[in-house]
Design a protein. Structure first.
Length: 100
């Protein structure tokens, strides 16, 4: 049981680190507009990609702000995996093209 929790914690820690490393160029990109320089179409796409990455790890970032967060991360990872599995099962039950 402890080994499973440790493995889950390490997997999610690596995922969060990977996502945050990819967002490292966000601040210079955000400051470009503030400094009076317009964003190009490519830069707007990069901004959108960065914000989507942050949205994906935001539950983890909130959990880290709470007291006792090392204990909450495995619970949060379990809950998010459960939601992903449930969505996957729901997609398999609904025939394609039947959604409005």
């Amino acid at each position: 049981m402890l080994r499973a929790v440790t493995g889950l914690f390490n997997r999610e820690r690596m995922r969060i680190g990977s996502e945050l490393r990819q967002v490292s160029g966000l601040m210079p990109l955000l400051m470009k507009q503030r400094n009076g320089q317009p964003w190009t179409r490519e830069e707007r796409g990069q901004l959108l990609a960065h914000l989507r990455r942050l949205y994906g790890v935001s539950p983890y970032l909130v959990a880290f702000a709470l007291p006792g967060s090392p204990l909450l991360v495995p619970l949060l990872a379990w809950w998010l995996d459960r939601r992903r599995i449930q969505r996957s099962a729901d997609r398999q039950r609904v025939p394609p093209g039947s959604l409005p």
